[in-house]
Ligand binder design. Sequence first.
Ligand SMILES: [Ca+2]
Ligand SMILES: [Ca+2]
Length: 189
Amino acid sequence: MALTQYFILILCFAGVLSNSINISNGGENETQPFIEIGSKYYLINTATTMNWFGAVLYCRNYDSDLAVIESAAEMNALNFYLTTNEGHIGKNFWLGATDLADEGKFMSLKDGRPMLYAKWSGGQPDNRDQHEDCVHLWPVHDIFYMNDNNCMTKLYAICELRQPKKSCDVCDLKNLMERFMQHVSHCQN
Ligand SMILES: [Ca+2]
Ligand SMILES: [Ca+2]
């Protein structure tokens, strides 16, 4: 039994190490086509418009989630990028927030909790025609704000990586080492 546990631990340990090596060797290529904007890595799709559900699936296909803006700092960083990089201004981008489940209560798709941050455009969210349940970035005079829109409207998508911080790999390794040391001390007792 103990031998099996050690074997599993070694396999896990090897897996963590190989991940770390890939990241250190991969450098910037590791996160492509994601780009670092502020504290997160985003994939900004400007090739194909899709409805909100299509945008959710599109991001999942890249092991990411439809972006959820959680602070003014994130909003400002994204706004700056979108308004200073050609080809983004004038476009609308779906975000990972919706009040589909409970009208008026906008929830984050990422964690199922209420949206932490919102920068609504004037008069929004208005649930126009009682049919606007999905949140998107909307350029108003070249600055992006949020608006609720019909989920079937075809817009572009912004995805965000789930664990953008490379330091998380260090956390995983640290946790694994702690578990390993606990196991060793348990065996010695
Ligand atoms: Ca609504
Ligand atoms: Ca609206």
